[in-house]
Design a binder for this molecule. Structure first.
Ligand code: PLP
Length: 486
């Protein structure tokens, strides 16, 4: 493809993307294709001769679009939202157009310095303390691919730091602490590094939050059996129910364990810190006081399209001491002089995408107020949904709503069902919901209770979509109850 053909195909692509967004509301959220539909439709080898791009672009419309789940659909309430803004799309387009793997400052000075700028901007947006800023000269932030990969970076840095402080410790004595509500990233890090990962119990009466006393007794017990607690992954906004671990109590316990690294995973809820009124709930003060590292995904509820997992540390040396591998061919005058940040030493890979551009576009285009209003809108819509559940005789909240997430279940009025019968009924109810294509929600189990999650935050969701969802939940709920009672 030459430049003029690219111009033409590019204009067509933008036109089609705009048409897609105009048509989104009328599309199903979940595609109706069957497993293997695309494998059957496409040839099993690449073409011998290159094809005309207009045919290829048409095949995207014909084969790929029908097999997509539309995460940007206003009736998408599953998992957590994944952000997509036109500013973000343009950021990705410009960034990919120069194909810059800016791993060193010299490999593309703009990539490195823009990332430093937007990470400090984002830290200020969220109210993080100056210890997390590049401008402190000690801390700083870096954009990773996902919260799970970010956790691998943090765990390897914590391990190296612990082994430096305790040279007598053996790697197989190290323990990662999570809770039963921590995202799979904790267990995955344990698998990758071959380390024990201990999931601490949380209680329904504590709203599934980790308490200091639980942590303290686990640390004491493990030390007695010769184990080495070296990292705790605490969560602000768990995946299942949006639980917020008690960082105040955790912080106090950690004062007796100075080499315990505390990573706060706020992959979804971290962006609420942008709004001063939610900083107390999201425990900003304790994050600033006790977190060794903090991560949030702007690609979830933060307006920046996938991927943009933001990680901050109070001491950048913790990352570079663990991850700096500099063969001769990667040396530069500026790096040798210590005059620049070389982000290749802050993550697992070498080359890296120029992600800061889309963050820059979004933050400038929305501004702090626009960003805050978007978060507030999601929470307001969720409050509306919650008020409908509260007013209903047939549904109830399983735990208090968290920001823009509600966890609820069907509890039909007048039916006296046991715990396992209610679980059975709700599984049947969820099976009905998940066979629909016009809405998408996901399920979870909280300490044995099967429940349904309703996550607001897709950029195009309005109150009318919440009301339509509520009508549909009531209809499906009534049928599920009727069928179950027969
Ligand atoms: N942490 C929490 C609390 C999450 O909810 C999720 C995903 O939903 C993750 C981590 C994992 O995010 P990623 O897909 O970026 O690894």
């Amino acid at each position: 493809m030459d430049i003029e053909a690219f111009r033409k195909a590019g204009y067509q692509a933008i036109d089609r993307i705009c048409d897609y967004y105009y048509s989104l509301q009328n599309r199903p959220v979940v595609p109706s294709v069957q497993p293997g539909y695309l494998l059957d439709a496409l040839p099993d080898s690449p073409p011998e001769q290159g094809e005309d791009f207009t045919v290829i672009a048409d095949d995207y419309q014909k084969y790929i679009l029908p097999g997509l789940t539309h995460w940007q659909h206003p009736s998408f309430f599953a998992y957590f939202p994944t952000a997509c803004t036109f500013e973000g799309i343009l950021g990705d387009l410009y960034s990919t157009s120069t194909a810059n793997p800016g791993f060193n400052w010299l490999a593309s000075p703009a990539c490195t310095e823009l990332e430093m700028v937007v990470m400090d901007w984002s830290a200020k947006l969220l109210g993080l303390s100056e210890h997390f800023l590049h401008s402190s000269g000690k801390g700083g932030g870096v954009i990773q691919t996902t919260a799970s990969e970010l956790a691998l970076v943090v765990v390897v840095a914590a391990r190296e730091r612990y082994l430096r402080i305790h040279p007598d410790a053996k790697a197989d004595e190290l323990v990662i602490y999570t809770t039963t509500q921590t995202h799979s990233l904790g267990v995955k890090a344990g698998l990758v590094f071959g380390m024990e990962c201990r999931a601490l119990e949380v209680k329904a009466e504590d709203a599934y939050a980790l308490r200091g006393a639980t942590l303290k007794s686990a640390l004491e017990e493990d030390e007695k059996r010769g184990k080495r607690p070296f990292i705790l992954v605490a969560t602000v906004g768990t995946t299942s129910s949006g639980a917020i671990d008690r960082l105040d109590e955790i912080g106090q316990v950690s004062e007796d364990y100075p080499s315990l690294w505390i990573h706060v995973d706020a992959a979804w809820a971290g962006v609420t810190l942008a709004c001063p009124e939610y900083r107390g709930t999201a425990q900003l003060e304790n994050i600033n006081a006790y977190a060794t590292s903090f991560g949030t995904n702007f690609h979830k509820w933060g307006l920046v399209n996938f991927d943009a997992a933001l990680l901050w540390v109070k001491d950048r040396k913790d990352l570079t001491d663990a991850l700096d591998v500099t063969p001769e061919f990667l040396r530069t005058k500026q790096g040798d002089a210590g005059a620049v940040v070389d982000f290749r030493n802050w993550h697992l890979g070498l080359g890296r995408r120029f992600r800061s551009l889309k963050v820059w576009f979004v933050l400038r285009s929305y501004g702090v107020e626009g960003f805050r209003n978007y978060i507030r809108q999601g929470i307001k819509l969720n409050e509306h949904f919650t008020s409908l559940i509260r007013a209903s005789l047939d549904f109830s909240l399983v735990t208090a709503p968290s920001f823009a997430l509600t966890v609820f279940r069907l509890t039909p009025a007048g039916a006296s069902l046991t715990g396992s019968e209610l679980n059975e009924l709700n599984r049947a109810f969820y099976a009905r919901l998940s066979s629909r294509h016009d809405i998408m929600l996901t399920q979870t189990v909280l300490n044995g209770v099967f429940c349904i999650r309703f996550a607001v935050g897709a950029a195009r969701t309005q109150q009318e979509h919440i009301d339509t969802a509520w009508d549909l939940l009531q209809q499906e709920g009534a049928v599920a109850v009727q069928e179950y009672m027969q």
